[in-house]
Write a protein that binds this ligand. Structure first.
Ligand SMILES: C[S@@+](CC[C@H](N)C(=O)[O-])C[C@H]1O[C@@H](n2cnc3c(N)ncnc32)[C@H](O)[C@@H]1O
Length: 428
């Protein structure tokens, strides 16, 4: 396929996502199934255009003075894909699969409108109702933070120290463009895509199959380090899901001691078994049944609660979720977070720690949850977040936000996805 056909496909997929309110990954998958002639290169470019548009839907539409899918797809080519108007016309010439050209008045709008004059939520590329939530955390910086959440993300890898070193992984992935990640001395990063480029499929590499690394955002890796688990400890990963943090904890513990990985939704645990095996983890038991946890009550050195949340910190990677999120869903997540914290605390031994993590940037899911928890649980106190940060991420200058409790990582501040981490200590 030439660029014209790819652009037209992206426009159809964007229309599908908008009219049926469905996840981008589903719409892209269905398109691929219905167009089997399209190769991996075609699907990659189409996916890039779709995701670029979804990340910056409002700001591109504002500059184009149109929210039409065709116009904003052209806007993505003019900005993220780094093409000139003339370059696009030339690339689409004589392509019978190309969409209608961009109207001259749209192009004139694009060239004359200055985003600095747009409303704040448009410059931040977030739904208007989310603005107060980001402002509550970031104050005057919130628009810049929102815009950073709308940029293309890197692919971060966690080196599995049970099997490999960073040098070994870097050598294997040199051709994939991998380099050292900031902040964590062990982490690896493939920088964000440029223009119409394509990310290498790192999971197809033999080094991945051998368990030398996992794909995991740097913020998630830091969250696991802030938990500061030690070899020999008893640890409960209470919202283990597919096991991203479980694997990181097991490596920190050098396969010694015991991790219990639990999730209330059994199907979410399905990938964990294969991942544990590939990573060579031997100190983890997986539990899908809450009754299994009864013997663990008041026994755990560390309980990690990677709580269900809006995922607002991951909008770079899942930009469609940003537009589907509703205030009602936020409220449901807040209720679940209270329930998870209340349930998880019973497993912490006297003197042990409860680590609360979300991948959200909303104060109501983060420090305000911790504030309420501390009010209702006099036997818990907060561990000062600043030294925890310094110990966990010793390399580099970046500093998280330290709100009333815990710490917040963000693309703008720490070059990570948005994460919240708070560590609480139970009285001995
Ligand atoms: C953010 S995800 C976990 C991601 C995982 N820790 C990782 O690093 O890959 C949150 C998980 O919490 C689980 N969950 C939701 N409510 C729960 C509850 N009441 N008890 C335990 N787990 C729950 C969800 O099924 C989901 O898998």
């Amino acid at each position: 396929m030439r660029l014209g056909g790819r652009l037209q496909a992206a426009i159809e997929i964007l229309d599908d996502i908008e009219t049926r309110k469905r996840p981008a990954s589903d719409a892209l998958k269905d398109w691929g199934l219905a167009h089997r002639f399209a190769g991996a290169g075609d699907r990659a470019v189409i996916g890039n255009i779709v995701y670029d548009v979804l990340r910056r839907k409002l700001s591109i539409a504002w500059r184009m003075d149109s929210a039409d899918a065709r116009d904003i797809a052209y806007g993505a080519l003019l900005s993220d894909a780094e093409m000139s108007a003339e370059g696009i016309v030339a690339a689409l010439a004589d392509d019978k699969f190309a969409p209608a050209p961009l109207d001259a008045d749209r192009l004139a709008a694009w060239e004359s409108r200055d985003l600095a004059a747009a409303p704040d939520h448009v410059r931040a590329d977030v739904p208007e109702w989310c603005a107060p939530h980001l402002e509550a955390l970031f104050g005057a910086d919130w628009v810049r933070e929102g815009a950073a959440l709308a940029a293309r993300p890197p692919v971060d890898l966690r080196v599995n120290t049970l099997k490999a070193s960073r040098a070994k992984v870097l050598k294997e992935l040199a051709r994939a463009g991998a380099g050292e990640a900031p902040l964590l001395p062990g982490a690896v990063r493939v920088p964000p895509l440029r223009a119409l480029g394509r990310h290498p499929n790192v999971q197809a590499e033999p080094a991945f199959q051998k368990g030398w690394f996992e794909v995991q955002d740097l913020g998630s890796q830091i969250a696991a380090r802030v938990a500061a688990v030690e070899p020999g400890q008893q640890v409960l990963d209470y919202c283990a899901g597919a096991g991203g943090k479980t694997l990181a904890l097991a490596a920190e513990m050098e396969n010694r001691g015991q991790i219990h990985a639990f999730d209330a939704e059994k199907p979410r645990l399905a990938p964990i078994f294969e991942r544990l095996k590939r990573a060579g983890v031997r100190n983890t038991q997986v539990h899908a049944n809450p009754e299994d946890l009864t013997p663990l009550e008041a026994q755990m050195d560390v309980v990690l609660t990677d709580a269900p949340c809006t995922g607002s910190g991951t909008w770079r990677r899942r930009p469609d979720a940003k537009w589907r999120l509703s205030p009602q869903q936020l409220e449901r997540r807040e209720t679940e977070q209270r329930e998870v914290l209340d349930a998880a605390k019973r497993y912490v031994k006297p003197g042990g720690r409860l680590v609360y993590v979300t991948c959200s940037l909303f104060a109501s899911e983060n420090n305000l949850q911790i504030e309420a928890f501390l009010r209702n649980n006099a036997d818990y106190s907060e561990v000062d977040a600043r030294p925890l940060w310094q110990a966990a991420a010793p390399a580099g200058e970046a500093t998280p936000v330290f709100p009333s409790h815990g710490m917040v990582l963000s693309p703008e501040r720490t070059s990570t996805d948005g994460f919240y981490i708070s560590v609480l200590q139970r009285a001995g």
